[in-house]
Every structure is written in C-alpha cells, then in structure tokens.
Design a protein around this ligand. Structure first.
Ligand SMILES: Nc1ncnc2c1ncn2[C@@H]1O[C@H](COP(=O)(O)OP(=O)(O)OP(=O)(O)O)[C@@H](O)[C@H]1O
Ligand SMILES: N[C@@H](CCO)C(=O)O
Length: 327
C-alpha cells in the first residue's frame, strides 16, 4: 500500500500541465514503499515521443522544510552522473508544488528492479555507486543535521521502554540497553564527513543485471561520517533475510567495489566495526518503535528489529576481521 491520497484524473492533468513534459497519458499508483504516495506517470513528452516520470506526494515523516535539501541533493548527484533521479522543475522553476497541504514532486523515472538476493557482482556495483556518490557530494553546499544518530537511537529505545521491548522479544531490551552503552563509549570522531544516504537497503537500489541503474529514496540523507554510510549499506546487504547468516562474498564485494572508487583511510577502516554496530542499532531502534506503533492486524508489514540484533551480534563477534585493508 503506498497510495494514501486519491488524485483524480482532472487534478493530475492540471498538475502535469504545470510542467513542460507534454500531456498526461496515464498515472498508475505504485504498491511499494510505505512513507509516501507514488505514481508512475506517462505523458506525451515535450517532443511528443512519450516520457515517464515518478510523482511523489510527501505524506508523513518528511518535514516540508527539509524538502528543498532532499530535492537539491537529487539534482546535484544527477548532474554529476550518479545514477540518481533528477527532479523535473515546473514552468516557474520550482522543484516541488503544493496540492492542498501536501507537497508533490515530479522526478525522473529510472529503469531497473530491486533485487532480493544480491550476487557478489551486484554488491560490487553497489559499492562503486555508493563511493561515486560520496565523491560527488564533496561540493554539495547544503547540510542536514543527522536526526537518526546515536542520541535518537538512545531516545527511541528509552521511549519504548524495557517492558514493551521485551514484548517484541525477551532478549531485546537487555541487548539494546547494553549495546547503546558500548556505542556511546566507542563512537569514533574526527573522520571525513559529508551528506550521506543512510538508508541504502536493496529496496532503495534499482539494478539492470549487474549494474546499478538507480539509487532512490534519499529521505534520510544527512550530514554524517562518510564511512558510516558504507556501514549502513554493509549491514543492509550482507546477510540472509532475517540476519541469521552473514554472506561473506557480498560483504567483501561491497567493500572491494567501494574501494575501487574511494579508498578508505586507515582510521575509517578502524571505525567500521563500531559503525556497522551503530548501523544495526539505527534499524533496531526505528523498527522497535514502528513495531510498537503498528496495531496488530494493520496492513503494513512490520519489520523485525531482531533481524538487526542478530546482524549486530555477528559484527560484535567478528571484531575487525571483516574490515582489514586486504578484504
Ligand atoms: N526514480 C524512480 N524511478 C523508478 N522507480 C522508482 C523511482 N522512485 C521510486 N520508484 C519506485 O517506487 C517505489 C517506492 O519508492 P520509495 O521506496 O521511494 O517509496 P517511499 O514510500 O518514499 O519509501 P519507503 O517507504 O521505502 O521509505 C520503489 O520501490 C520503486 O519501485
Ligand atoms: N530501511 C529501513 C526502513 C527505513 O527506516 C528498515 O529496513 O528498517
């Protein structure tokens, strides 16, 4: 379910007419995604040969005041040949418009599909695309405070409380409180930072065969340590679903692909064992809060925080072995 708002044919045609993209031909709601309403829009194209776009209506979670940041980031990366959808500006030059009290943006449609079970070649390409993005943000002039960092994980876990966490799983509260203590003590400082994606899961990458055709869903992007973004991607890609087993060939290929474009410094490599555990805590905390906020029987599938507890425990037991200069 990811069309929360009904837009009638007339309303859509009127909206599309504010862009120089030809006339509306069709609009189909997209089922994937949870946060926003998305449609695939087909138009006659500005030259009459037909064109396809994604229309997003921002429903929740995203602050309107953050939207110029997210959309200019897309444009910045697209202009630097990253596989990122640029935004279509309306005839007045605006990157988003309002329909009632909701913002909408028209963005480039990129081909490709999200993979469920990546191959090593695909992980290699994802590593390369992530590193390319990290180089391309070097001259991006905007910043955004990290709203999903250590302080927020701590706040979220405390807000849930031990009793509620234990209702999700009897091992969750002890794990989360202990781990937050470790992370607070060991969190690195003084490393290269910039604007990073922070949520590059397989469902936010479009692929054509082994190649990355699209990086999407930048709505958690924030200013943070660059290597932390690689850690998020490593934690999101390198395990079987459920977090029960690590896929060494995927983790290694991701790192190799990344370092073929941007080499990690010794200090960044040394920080990776903590960053991957931080990445796990990021998703443990948000998943736990979402789990408790989602009523039983709701249509939205709940994501299991224990999946990332298992990933975190694997990382803790591996220490620095996964992140040596020779991987
Ligand atoms: N630029 C694009 N080109 C092609 N398809 C896209 C594009 N952007 C989004 N999609 C498709 O729309 C789906 C939903 O997009 P997205 O994941 O951004 O939704 P969301 O509700 O904002 O995100 P989420 O709930 O996952 O945080 C994607 O899975 C993808 O299939
Ligand atoms: N990608 C995240 C959801 C966005 O916070 C997860 O799988 O938990």
């Amino acid at each position: 379910m990811a069309v929360y708002t009904h837009l009638g044919a007339e309303e859509l045609a009127e909206l599309i007419a504010t862009y120089d993209v030809g006339e509306l031909v069709s609009a189909k709601g997209i089922a994937e995604g949870v946060s926003n309403s998305n449609w695939i829009i087909e138009t006659s194209g500005s030259d009459g040969t037909g064109a396809r776009f994604i229309l997003t209506m921002y429903e929740r979670r995203i602050e309107l005041s953050d939207l110029p940041f997210f959309l200019s980031l897309l444009d910045h990366l697209a202009a630097r040949d990253c596989p990122v959808p640029g935004t279509i500006h309306d005839r007045e030059g605006a990157a988003f418009r309002m329909i009632g009290d909701k913002a909408v943006a028209l963005i480039e449609y990129l081909p490709g599909v999200s993979v469920d079970h990546p191959t090593a070649n695909q992980a290699h390409s994802v590593g390369k695309a992530l590193a390319q993005m990290h180089l391309a943000v070097d001259d991006f002039e905007h910043q955004r405070h990290q709203t999903m960092g250590l302080a927020e994980w701590d706040h979220t876990i405390n807000r849930c409380g031990a009793e509620a966490l234990d209702r999700i799983d009897p091992a969750l509260a002890d794990f989360a409180f202990d781990e937050l203590g470790v992370l607070a003590g060991d969190w690195p400082g003084g490393l290269p930072h910039g604007v990073v994606h922070c949520d590059l899961f397989p469902d936010n990458v479009l692929m054509l065969g082994d190649e990355v055709s699209g990086l999407i869903d930048f709505y958690f992007a924030a200013t943070d340590f660059i290597a932390y973004d690689l850690a998020v991607t490593h934690a999101a890609w390198s395990f079987e679903r459920g977090g029960h087993s690590y896929r060494p060939e995927i983790g290694a290929a991701l790192l190799r692909g990344y370092q073929s474009v941007r080499e990690l410094s010794a200090a960044e490599l040394a920080a990776m064992p903590v960053f991957v555990r931080g990445a796990c805590m990021r998703f443990i905390s948000s998943r736990a809060a979402d789990w408790l906020d989602t009523p039983d029987g709701a249509l939205v599938a709940r994501k299991d925080p224990m999946d990332f507890v298992r990933r975190s425990q694997f990382y803790a037991s591996s220490g620095s072995a996964l992140f040596t200069p020779h991987v």
